[in-house]
Design a protein around this ligand. Structure first.
Ligand code: HEM
Length: 491
Protein backbone atom coordinates (compact mmCIF):
# COMPACT_ATOMS: atom_id res chain seq x y z
CA UNK A 1 0.00 0.00 0.00
CA UNK A 2 2.77 2.41 1.02
CA UNK A 3 4.69 1.51 -2.14
CA UNK A 4 1.58 2.32 -4.14
CA UNK A 5 1.32 5.76 -2.50
CA UNK A 6 5.03 6.39 -3.15
CA UNK A 7 4.72 5.44 -6.82
CA UNK A 8 1.61 7.63 -7.12
CA UNK A 9 3.43 10.62 -5.60
CA UNK A 10 6.45 10.13 -7.86
CA UNK A 11 4.24 9.95 -10.92
CA UNK A 12 2.35 13.01 -9.72
CA UNK A 13 5.65 14.90 -9.54
CA UNK A 14 6.70 13.72 -12.99
CA UNK A 15 3.44 14.18 -14.84
CA UNK A 16 1.84 17.16 -13.18
CA UNK A 17 4.18 19.23 -11.07
CA UNK A 18 7.34 19.17 -13.21
CA UNK A 19 5.57 20.61 -16.28
CA UNK A 20 4.09 23.36 -14.08
CA UNK A 21 7.55 23.95 -12.56
CA UNK A 22 9.13 24.44 -15.99
CA UNK A 23 6.28 26.73 -16.96
CA UNK A 24 6.92 29.05 -14.02
CA UNK A 25 10.70 28.51 -13.70
CA UNK A 26 11.95 31.17 -16.01
CA UNK A 27 9.26 33.71 -15.14
CA UNK A 28 10.12 37.14 -13.89
CA UNK A 29 7.47 38.40 -11.49
CA UNK A 30 6.63 42.09 -11.08
CA UNK A 31 7.84 44.03 -8.04
CA UNK A 32 5.59 44.34 -5.02
CA UNK A 33 5.03 40.66 -4.26
CA UNK A 34 3.79 39.86 -0.74
CA UNK A 35 6.36 38.58 1.79
CA UNK A 36 6.87 34.86 2.31
CA UNK A 37 8.68 32.08 0.56
CA UNK A 38 7.74 29.85 -2.33
CA UNK A 39 9.55 27.05 -0.49
CA UNK A 40 10.90 23.98 -2.23
CA UNK A 41 10.44 23.94 -5.99
CA UNK A 42 7.02 22.53 -6.93
CA UNK A 43 6.11 21.12 -3.57
CA UNK A 44 6.38 24.36 -1.62
CA UNK A 45 4.16 24.22 1.44
CA UNK A 46 1.58 21.82 -0.04
CA UNK A 47 2.25 18.96 2.37
CA UNK A 48 2.15 21.30 5.39
CA UNK A 49 -1.24 22.63 4.32
CA UNK A 50 -2.57 19.14 3.56
CA UNK A 51 -1.38 17.95 6.98
CA UNK A 52 -3.07 20.92 8.68
CA UNK A 53 -6.25 20.35 6.65
CA UNK A 54 -6.36 16.67 7.55
CA UNK A 55 -6.01 17.51 11.24
CA UNK A 56 -8.62 20.30 10.91
CA UNK A 57 -5.98 22.84 11.89
CA UNK A 58 -6.13 25.10 8.84
CA UNK A 59 -6.57 28.20 11.01
CA UNK A 60 -3.37 27.29 12.91
CA UNK A 61 -1.51 26.99 9.56
CA UNK A 62 -2.86 30.40 8.51
CA UNK A 63 -2.02 31.94 11.90
CA UNK A 64 1.58 30.77 11.67
CA UNK A 65 1.87 32.42 8.25
CA UNK A 66 0.34 35.65 9.55
CA UNK A 67 2.69 35.70 12.56
CA UNK A 68 5.70 35.17 10.27
CA UNK A 69 4.84 37.42 7.33
CA UNK A 70 1.86 39.64 8.11
CA UNK A 71 -1.76 39.44 6.92
CA UNK A 72 -0.96 38.81 3.24
CA UNK A 73 1.79 36.44 2.23
CA UNK A 74 2.92 34.16 -0.53
CA UNK A 75 3.45 30.41 -0.60
CA UNK A 76 3.64 27.68 -3.19
CA UNK A 77 0.70 25.30 -3.13
CA UNK A 78 -0.12 22.33 -5.34
CA UNK A 79 2.33 23.44 -8.02
CA UNK A 80 1.28 27.10 -8.21
CA UNK A 81 2.68 30.23 -6.57
CA UNK A 82 -0.12 31.43 -4.31
CA UNK A 83 -1.12 34.52 -2.37
CA UNK A 84 -2.76 33.60 0.92
CA UNK A 85 -5.51 35.89 2.21
CA UNK A 86 -7.99 35.93 5.06
CA UNK A 87 -10.60 38.12 6.77
CA UNK A 88 -13.86 39.82 5.76
CA UNK A 89 -12.17 42.36 3.42
CA UNK A 90 -10.36 39.56 1.58
CA UNK A 91 -13.60 37.54 1.45
CA UNK A 92 -15.35 40.52 -0.12
CA UNK A 93 -12.52 41.03 -2.61
CA UNK A 94 -12.46 37.38 -3.70
CA UNK A 95 -16.19 36.67 -3.71
CA UNK A 96 -17.14 39.84 -5.56
CA UNK A 97 -14.18 40.30 -7.92
CA UNK A 98 -15.03 40.18 -11.62
CA UNK A 99 -14.99 36.51 -12.65
CA UNK A 100 -12.88 37.32 -15.69
CA UNK A 101 -10.12 38.83 -13.50
CA UNK A 102 -10.14 36.28 -10.69
CA UNK A 103 -11.42 33.01 -12.12
CA UNK A 104 -12.69 29.94 -10.42
CA UNK A 105 -10.75 27.72 -12.84
CA UNK A 106 -10.15 24.35 -11.24
CA UNK A 107 -7.16 22.12 -12.08
CA UNK A 108 -7.70 20.35 -15.46
CA UNK A 109 -7.97 17.03 -13.60
CA UNK A 110 -11.18 18.22 -11.87
CA UNK A 111 -12.87 19.43 -15.04
CA UNK A 112 -11.94 16.11 -16.65
CA UNK A 113 -14.32 14.45 -14.20
CA UNK A 114 -16.91 17.20 -13.66
CA UNK A 115 -16.92 18.33 -17.30
CA UNK A 116 -15.70 21.59 -18.80
CA UNK A 117 -19.16 23.17 -18.91
CA UNK A 118 -19.92 22.85 -15.20
CA UNK A 119 -20.90 26.11 -13.48
CA UNK A 120 -17.75 26.23 -11.33
CA UNK A 121 -15.61 26.48 -14.49
CA UNK A 122 -17.73 29.10 -16.21
CA UNK A 123 -17.22 32.87 -16.05
CA UNK A 124 -18.96 36.02 -17.25
CA UNK A 125 -22.10 35.67 -19.36
CA UNK A 126 -21.97 31.84 -19.46
CA UNK A 127 -21.79 31.65 -15.68
CA UNK A 128 -24.73 34.05 -15.33
CA UNK A 129 -26.80 32.11 -17.89
CA UNK A 130 -26.21 28.66 -16.35
CA UNK A 131 -26.64 29.99 -12.82
CA UNK A 132 -29.94 31.62 -13.78
CA UNK A 133 -31.13 28.27 -15.17
CA UNK A 134 -30.10 26.39 -12.00
CA UNK A 135 -31.57 28.93 -9.60
CA UNK A 136 -34.85 29.06 -11.51
CA UNK A 137 -35.50 25.67 -9.87
CA UNK A 138 -33.35 25.95 -6.70
CA UNK A 139 -34.83 29.28 -5.54
CA UNK A 140 -37.00 29.33 -2.44
CA UNK A 141 -40.30 30.14 -4.16
CA UNK A 142 -40.01 26.95 -6.20
CA UNK A 143 -38.46 24.66 -3.61
CA UNK A 144 -41.10 25.58 -1.02
CA UNK A 145 -43.61 23.32 -2.74
CA UNK A 146 -41.32 20.27 -2.47
CA UNK A 147 -40.94 20.06 1.32
CA UNK A 148 -43.31 17.07 1.50
CA UNK A 149 -41.26 15.28 -1.16
CA UNK A 150 -38.03 15.77 0.81
CA UNK A 151 -39.83 14.68 3.97
CA UNK A 152 -41.09 11.54 2.26
CA UNK A 153 -37.51 10.58 1.26
CA UNK A 154 -36.39 11.16 4.86
CA UNK A 155 -39.23 9.05 6.28
CA UNK A 156 -38.45 6.25 3.88
CA UNK A 157 -34.75 6.50 4.72
CA UNK A 158 -35.35 6.27 8.47
CA UNK A 159 -37.75 3.38 8.03
CA UNK A 160 -35.25 1.47 5.85
CA UNK A 161 -31.95 2.25 7.54
CA UNK A 162 -32.62 3.30 11.15
CA UNK A 163 -35.75 1.64 12.51
CA UNK A 164 -35.16 -1.88 13.75
CA UNK A 165 -31.42 -1.21 14.32
CA UNK A 166 -29.61 -0.65 17.60
CA UNK A 167 -26.48 0.90 16.17
CA UNK A 168 -25.88 2.94 13.02
CA UNK A 169 -22.96 4.64 11.27
CA UNK A 170 -24.42 8.10 10.81
CA UNK A 171 -22.19 9.68 8.15
CA UNK A 172 -22.44 7.02 5.39
CA UNK A 173 -26.18 6.73 6.01
CA UNK A 174 -26.75 10.45 5.71
CA UNK A 175 -24.72 10.50 2.50
CA UNK A 176 -27.16 7.91 1.13
CA UNK A 177 -30.00 10.19 2.20
CA UNK A 178 -28.58 13.30 0.49
CA UNK A 179 -27.98 11.25 -2.67
CA UNK A 180 -31.59 10.07 -2.61
CA UNK A 181 -33.00 13.56 -1.98
CA UNK A 182 -31.03 14.95 -4.94
CA UNK A 183 -32.12 12.03 -7.15
CA UNK A 184 -35.75 12.51 -6.22
CA UNK A 185 -36.04 16.26 -6.12
CA UNK A 186 -33.49 17.48 -8.64
CA UNK A 187 -33.25 14.59 -11.08
CA UNK A 188 -36.81 13.25 -10.78
CA UNK A 189 -35.48 9.68 -10.57
CA UNK A 190 -37.68 7.57 -8.38
CA UNK A 191 -36.43 4.83 -6.07
CA UNK A 192 -35.43 1.66 -7.88
CA UNK A 193 -32.86 0.12 -10.17
CA UNK A 194 -32.06 3.28 -12.13
CA UNK A 195 -31.20 5.21 -8.96
CA UNK A 196 -29.20 2.30 -7.54
CA UNK A 197 -27.13 2.12 -10.72
CA UNK A 198 -26.23 5.82 -10.54
CA UNK A 199 -24.95 5.79 -6.94
CA UNK A 200 -21.59 3.95 -7.35
CA UNK A 201 -20.69 6.06 -10.40
CA UNK A 202 -21.33 9.29 -8.52
CA UNK A 203 -19.36 8.01 -5.53
CA UNK A 204 -16.36 7.11 -7.71
CA UNK A 205 -16.52 10.50 -9.39
CA UNK A 206 -16.54 12.36 -6.07
CA UNK A 207 -13.59 10.30 -4.84
CA UNK A 208 -11.82 10.96 -8.16
CA UNK A 209 -12.31 14.73 -7.88
CA UNK A 210 -10.68 14.70 -4.44
CA UNK A 211 -7.82 12.34 -5.41
CA UNK A 212 -4.25 12.94 -6.61
CA UNK A 213 -4.70 13.26 -10.40
CA UNK A 214 -2.70 10.29 -11.66
CA UNK A 215 -4.49 8.48 -14.44
CA UNK A 216 -3.25 4.90 -13.97
CA UNK A 217 -5.37 1.76 -13.67
CA UNK A 218 -5.18 1.45 -9.89
CA UNK A 219 -5.81 5.09 -8.95
CA UNK A 220 -8.95 6.74 -7.57
CA UNK A 221 -8.60 9.43 -10.21
CA UNK A 222 -8.75 6.79 -12.96
CA UNK A 223 -11.86 5.25 -11.34
CA UNK A 224 -13.45 8.73 -11.35
CA UNK A 225 -12.79 9.19 -15.08
CA UNK A 226 -14.19 5.74 -15.89
CA UNK A 227 -17.25 6.48 -13.74
CA UNK A 228 -17.90 9.63 -15.79
CA UNK A 229 -17.71 7.70 -19.06
CA UNK A 230 -20.29 5.25 -17.70
CA UNK A 231 -22.51 7.90 -16.18
CA UNK A 232 -22.79 10.24 -19.16
CA UNK A 233 -24.73 7.79 -21.42
CA UNK A 234 -27.10 7.12 -18.51
CA UNK A 235 -27.70 10.86 -18.09
CA UNK A 236 -28.22 11.25 -21.86
CA UNK A 237 -30.96 8.59 -21.62
CA UNK A 238 -32.57 10.34 -18.66
CA UNK A 239 -32.57 13.67 -20.52
CA UNK A 240 -34.10 12.02 -23.61
CA UNK A 241 -36.86 10.40 -21.54
CA UNK A 242 -37.68 13.67 -19.84
CA UNK A 243 -37.76 15.51 -23.15
CA UNK A 244 -40.19 12.90 -24.52
CA UNK A 245 -42.35 13.17 -21.40
CA UNK A 246 -42.43 16.93 -21.79
CA UNK A 247 -43.43 16.66 -25.45
CA UNK A 248 -46.21 14.24 -24.58
CA UNK A 249 -47.31 16.71 -21.91
CA UNK A 250 -47.06 13.96 -19.32
CA UNK A 251 -45.82 16.53 -16.85
CA UNK A 252 -48.58 19.05 -16.94
CA UNK A 253 -48.47 19.34 -13.16
CA UNK A 254 -45.56 21.62 -12.24
CA UNK A 255 -45.23 19.69 -8.97
CA UNK A 256 -43.92 16.74 -11.00
CA UNK A 257 -41.15 18.91 -12.33
CA UNK A 258 -37.53 18.45 -11.36
CA UNK A 259 -34.31 20.34 -12.03
CA UNK A 260 -33.50 18.38 -15.21
CA UNK A 261 -36.98 18.94 -16.69
CA UNK A 262 -36.69 22.57 -15.73
CA UNK A 263 -33.29 22.92 -17.45
CA UNK A 264 -34.64 21.29 -20.64
CA UNK A 265 -37.67 23.59 -20.65
CA UNK A 266 -35.90 26.91 -20.21
CA UNK A 267 -35.61 28.94 -23.40
CA UNK A 268 -34.08 32.29 -24.28
CA UNK A 269 -36.18 35.23 -25.44
CA UNK A 270 -35.59 34.10 -29.03
CA UNK A 271 -36.97 30.62 -28.23
CA UNK A 272 -33.67 28.69 -28.35
CA UNK A 273 -32.78 26.36 -25.43
CA UNK A 274 -30.94 28.21 -22.68
CA UNK A 275 -28.58 25.28 -22.04
CA UNK A 276 -27.04 22.68 -24.36
CA UNK A 277 -27.31 19.00 -23.41
CA UNK A 278 -23.58 18.98 -22.66
CA UNK A 279 -24.09 21.84 -20.19
CA UNK A 280 -27.07 20.11 -18.63
CA UNK A 281 -25.03 16.91 -18.11
CA UNK A 282 -22.03 18.68 -16.57
CA UNK A 283 -24.26 20.67 -14.26
CA UNK A 284 -26.33 17.71 -13.14
CA UNK A 285 -23.02 16.13 -12.15
CA UNK A 286 -21.75 19.22 -10.34
CA UNK A 287 -24.99 19.68 -8.42
CA UNK A 288 -24.70 16.13 -7.11
CA UNK A 289 -21.02 16.54 -6.24
CA UNK A 290 -21.63 19.91 -4.53
CA UNK A 291 -24.75 18.83 -2.64
CA UNK A 292 -23.86 15.30 -1.53
CA UNK A 293 -21.01 15.64 0.97
CA UNK A 294 -21.67 19.17 2.21
CA UNK A 295 -25.17 18.69 3.64
CA UNK A 296 -24.31 15.24 4.99
CA UNK A 297 -21.29 16.67 6.83
CA UNK A 298 -23.51 19.31 8.46
CA UNK A 299 -26.13 16.76 9.53
CA UNK A 300 -23.50 14.36 10.86
CA UNK A 301 -21.95 17.08 13.04
CA UNK A 302 -25.44 17.99 14.29
CA UNK A 303 -26.16 14.39 15.31
CA UNK A 304 -22.88 14.42 17.26
CA UNK A 305 -23.67 17.77 18.88
CA UNK A 306 -27.16 16.70 19.98
CA UNK A 307 -25.68 13.63 21.68
CA UNK A 308 -23.26 15.79 23.67
CA UNK A 309 -24.93 19.12 24.34
CA UNK A 310 -27.88 18.69 26.69
CA UNK A 311 -29.15 22.31 26.60
CA UNK A 312 -29.09 22.59 22.78
CA UNK A 313 -30.72 19.15 22.53
CA UNK A 314 -33.59 20.10 24.92
CA UNK A 315 -34.24 23.38 23.12
CA UNK A 316 -34.31 21.67 19.71
CA UNK A 317 -36.57 18.88 20.96
CA UNK A 318 -39.06 21.33 22.46
CA UNK A 319 -39.15 23.39 19.22
CA UNK A 320 -39.64 20.27 17.11
CA UNK A 321 -42.23 18.72 19.43
CA UNK A 322 -44.35 21.87 19.25
CA UNK A 323 -44.39 21.46 15.48
CA UNK A 324 -45.11 17.72 15.70
CA UNK A 325 -48.06 18.44 18.03
CA UNK A 326 -49.59 20.77 15.46
CA UNK A 327 -49.61 18.04 12.81
CA UNK A 328 -52.00 15.16 12.31
CA UNK A 329 -50.51 11.69 12.71
CA UNK A 330 -48.61 10.88 9.55
CA UNK A 331 -48.99 14.36 8.06
CA UNK A 332 -46.01 15.38 5.96
CA UNK A 333 -43.98 18.49 6.79
CA UNK A 334 -44.83 21.66 4.86
CA UNK A 335 -42.90 24.86 4.22
CA UNK A 336 -44.76 26.63 7.06
CA UNK A 337 -43.41 24.04 9.52
CA UNK A 338 -39.82 24.75 8.47
CA UNK A 339 -40.34 28.48 9.04
CA UNK A 340 -41.06 27.66 12.70
CA UNK A 341 -37.71 25.90 13.13
CA UNK A 342 -35.82 29.10 13.85
CA UNK A 343 -33.80 27.82 16.78
CA UNK A 344 -32.85 24.64 14.90
CA UNK A 345 -31.50 26.69 11.99
CA UNK A 346 -29.52 28.91 14.37
CA UNK A 347 -27.90 25.75 15.73
CA UNK A 348 -27.16 24.55 12.19
CA UNK A 349 -25.67 27.96 11.30
CA UNK A 350 -23.44 27.91 14.36
CA UNK A 351 -22.35 24.40 13.38
CA UNK A 352 -21.53 25.66 9.86
CA UNK A 353 -19.46 28.44 11.44
CA UNK A 354 -17.43 26.10 13.65
CA UNK A 355 -17.19 23.10 11.32
CA UNK A 356 -17.53 24.67 7.92
CA UNK A 357 -17.65 21.92 5.26
CA UNK A 358 -15.86 23.99 2.57
CA UNK A 359 -12.79 25.21 4.48
CA UNK A 360 -10.68 26.53 1.58
CA UNK A 361 -11.47 28.38 -1.66
CA UNK A 362 -9.04 28.85 -4.53
CA UNK A 363 -9.14 31.35 -7.40
CA UNK A 364 -6.69 32.12 -10.24
CA UNK A 365 -5.55 35.63 -11.28
CA UNK A 366 -6.06 36.21 -15.02
CA UNK A 367 -4.08 39.46 -14.91
CA UNK A 368 -1.78 41.25 -12.46
CA UNK A 369 -4.00 42.41 -9.59
CA UNK A 370 -3.21 44.89 -6.84
CA UNK A 371 -4.57 43.99 -3.44
CA UNK A 372 -3.68 45.34 0.01
CA UNK A 373 -0.60 47.15 -1.33
CA UNK A 374 0.80 44.01 -3.01
CA UNK A 375 0.74 42.55 -6.51
CA UNK A 376 -0.87 39.21 -7.25
CA UNK A 377 0.77 38.29 -10.57
CA UNK A 378 -1.16 36.87 -13.52
CA UNK A 379 -1.38 33.06 -13.34
CA UNK A 380 -0.96 32.90 -9.55
CA UNK A 381 -3.47 31.27 -7.25
CA UNK A 382 -5.28 33.03 -4.45
CA UNK A 383 -6.19 30.99 -1.37
CA UNK A 384 -8.87 31.96 1.13
CA UNK A 385 -10.04 30.19 4.26
CA UNK A 386 -13.55 30.71 5.56
CA UNK A 387 -12.69 29.07 8.89
CA UNK A 388 -10.04 31.76 9.50
CA UNK A 389 -12.81 34.38 9.49
CA UNK A 390 -15.22 32.15 11.41
CA UNK A 391 -12.63 31.72 14.16
CA UNK A 392 -11.72 35.41 14.42
CA UNK A 393 -12.17 36.53 18.03
CA UNK A 394 -12.82 40.14 16.95
CA UNK A 395 -15.84 39.04 14.91
CA UNK A 396 -17.14 36.00 16.81
CA UNK A 397 -16.19 36.50 20.45
CA UNK A 398 -14.92 33.38 22.16
CA UNK A 399 -15.00 31.66 18.75
CA UNK A 400 -14.50 28.06 19.91
CA UNK A 401 -17.63 28.29 22.10
CA UNK A 402 -20.71 26.75 20.46
CA UNK A 403 -23.25 29.54 20.85
CA UNK A 404 -26.32 29.58 18.55
CA UNK A 405 -27.47 32.91 20.06
CA UNK A 406 -24.89 34.59 17.78
CA UNK A 407 -27.44 34.12 15.01
CA UNK A 408 -30.42 35.52 16.95
CA UNK A 409 -32.20 38.45 15.35
CA UNK A 410 -31.57 40.83 18.25
CA UNK A 411 -27.89 39.83 18.63
CA UNK A 412 -25.16 41.86 17.07
CA UNK A 413 -25.15 40.31 13.58
CA UNK A 414 -21.77 39.36 12.12
CA UNK A 415 -20.59 42.07 9.69
CA UNK A 416 -20.92 41.39 5.94
CA UNK A 417 -18.57 38.72 4.52
CA UNK A 418 -17.87 37.30 8.01
CA UNK A 419 -20.12 34.26 7.93
CA UNK A 420 -19.24 32.66 4.60
CA UNK A 421 -20.06 28.97 5.00
CA UNK A 422 -22.07 29.24 1.76
CA UNK A 423 -19.62 31.65 0.11
CA UNK A 424 -20.88 35.07 -1.00
CA UNK A 425 -21.45 37.24 -4.06
CA UNK A 426 -22.33 35.99 -7.54
CA UNK A 427 -21.01 32.49 -6.79
CA UNK A 428 -22.73 32.08 -3.44
CA UNK A 429 -24.02 28.54 -3.03
CA UNK A 430 -27.26 28.19 -5.03
CA UNK A 431 -28.12 25.05 -3.01
CA UNK A 432 -28.54 26.91 0.30
CA UNK A 433 -32.35 26.57 0.44
CA UNK A 434 -32.21 22.88 -0.41
CA UNK A 435 -29.51 22.31 2.22
CA UNK A 436 -31.64 24.16 4.77
CA UNK A 437 -34.75 22.21 3.87
CA UNK A 438 -33.00 18.82 4.11
CA UNK A 439 -31.26 19.71 7.37
CA UNK A 440 -34.38 20.99 9.17
CA UNK A 441 -36.66 18.19 7.99
CA UNK A 442 -34.10 15.53 8.98
CA UNK A 443 -33.54 17.09 12.42
CA UNK A 444 -37.33 17.11 12.94
CA UNK A 445 -37.72 13.44 12.05
CA UNK A 446 -34.64 12.37 14.00
CA UNK A 447 -35.43 14.05 17.31
CA UNK A 448 -39.11 13.12 17.21
CA UNK A 449 -38.43 9.46 16.37
CA UNK A 450 -35.17 8.60 18.16
CA UNK A 451 -32.84 9.28 21.02
CA UNK A 452 -29.20 8.38 20.56
CA UNK A 453 -25.83 8.23 22.25
CA UNK A 454 -22.34 8.14 20.83
CA UNK A 455 -20.72 4.72 20.91
CA UNK A 456 -17.25 6.27 20.83
CA UNK A 457 -17.22 9.46 22.87
CA UNK A 458 -13.94 10.57 21.33
CA UNK A 459 -14.58 9.51 17.72
CA UNK A 460 -12.47 11.89 15.64
CA UNK A 461 -12.63 13.03 12.05
CA UNK A 462 -10.04 13.89 9.44
CA UNK A 463 -10.51 16.24 6.49
CA UNK A 464 -10.00 14.57 3.12
CA UNK A 465 -10.71 17.48 2.39
CA UNK A 466 -14.30 17.03 3.63
CA UNK A 467 -14.57 15.92 7.26
CA UNK A 468 -14.79 12.10 7.50
CA UNK A 469 -15.44 10.47 10.89
CA UNK A 470 -13.05 7.59 11.59
CA UNK A 471 -15.89 5.12 12.06
CA UNK A 472 -18.62 7.03 10.27
CA UNK A 473 -19.88 8.39 13.65
CA UNK A 474 -21.15 5.30 15.41
CA UNK A 475 -24.28 5.83 17.55
CA UNK A 476 -26.63 3.64 19.56
CA UNK A 477 -30.24 4.55 18.76
CA UNK A 478 -33.52 4.03 20.59
CA UNK A 479 -36.88 4.69 18.92
CA UNK A 480 -39.15 7.08 20.84
CA UNK A 481 -42.75 6.25 20.13
CA UNK A 482 -44.93 5.59 17.15
CA UNK A 483 -47.14 8.67 17.47
CA UNK A 484 -44.66 10.88 15.66
CA UNK A 485 -44.09 8.39 12.88
CA UNK A 486 -45.80 8.80 9.60
CA UNK A 487 -48.47 6.28 8.78
CA UNK A 488 -49.77 8.08 5.70
CA UNK A 489 -46.48 8.22 3.83
CA UNK A 490 -46.14 5.12 1.67
CA UNK A 491 -42.92 3.41 2.69
C1 HEM B 1 -24.50 22.64 3.96
C2 HEM B 1 -24.51 22.50 2.66
C3 HEM B 1 -23.67 23.30 1.69
C4 HEM B 1 -22.57 24.11 1.91
C5 HEM B 1 -21.89 24.44 3.23
C6 HEM B 1 -22.17 24.65 0.61
C7 HEM B 1 -21.12 25.53 0.42
C8 HEM B 1 -20.80 26.12 -0.79
C9 HEM B 1 -19.79 27.14 -0.97
C10 HEM B 1 -18.89 27.70 0.15
C11 HEM B 1 -19.78 27.49 -2.27
C12 HEM B 1 -18.95 28.59 -2.93
C13 HEM B 1 -17.54 28.12 -3.19
C14 HEM B 1 -16.65 29.23 -3.74
O1 HEM B 1 -17.12 30.32 -4.11
O2 HEM B 1 -15.44 28.98 -3.77
C15 HEM B 1 -20.78 26.67 -2.95
C16 HEM B 1 -21.05 26.71 -4.30
C17 HEM B 1 -21.95 25.86 -4.93
N1 HEM B 1 -22.83 24.98 -4.32
FE1 HEM B 1 -23.00 24.64 -2.35
N2 HEM B 1 -23.01 24.13 -0.35
C18 HEM B 1 -23.95 23.32 0.26
C19 HEM B 1 -24.98 22.64 -0.35
C20 HEM B 1 -25.24 22.61 -1.70
C21 HEM B 1 -26.30 21.89 -2.34
C22 HEM B 1 -27.37 21.05 -1.62
C23 HEM B 1 -26.17 22.09 -3.69
C24 HEM B 1 -27.04 21.53 -4.79
C25 HEM B 1 -28.20 21.90 -5.05
C26 HEM B 1 -25.04 22.97 -3.89
C27 HEM B 1 -24.60 23.43 -5.12
C28 HEM B 1 -23.57 24.35 -5.30
C29 HEM B 1 -23.14 24.84 -6.62
C30 HEM B 1 -23.72 24.39 -7.97
C31 HEM B 1 -22.13 25.79 -6.38
C32 HEM B 1 -21.35 26.58 -7.44
C33 HEM B 1 -22.01 27.95 -7.65
C34 HEM B 1 -21.33 28.86 -8.65
O3 HEM B 1 -20.15 28.63 -8.98
O4 HEM B 1 -21.99 29.81 -9.10
N3 HEM B 1 -24.49 23.27 -2.66
N4 HEM B 1 -21.40 25.86 -2.01
Amino acid sequence: MELQILITLLLFLLLVLFPIFFLFRGKKYPDGLPPGSLGLPLIGQSFDLLKALKADKVDKWFQEGITKHGPIWKASLFGYPTVVLHGPAANKFIYTCDGNILTNTQPPSISRILGSKNIIELAGHDHKRVRAALTSFLKLEVLKQYVAKVDEEIQHHLQTHWHGRHEVQVQPLIKTLTFNVICSLLFGIERGLKRDKLLPHFQHMIEGVLAIPINLPFTQFNRGIIARTKLVPMLIDIIREKREALQEQKQANPRDKDLITSLISIHDDDGSPMMSDEEIIDNIIVVMVAGYDTTSVLLTFLVKLLANNESVYSAIVSEQQEIAKSKALGEALAWEDLTKMKYSWRVASEMLRINTPVALSFRRAMQDIEYGGFIIPKGWQVLLSSSMTHMNNDIFQNPTLFDPTRFEKHSLQPPPFSFVAFGAGPRMCPGIELAKMETLAMIHRLVTQFTWELLKEDECFVRNPMPEFNQGLLVRITPIKATFMSSKVSL
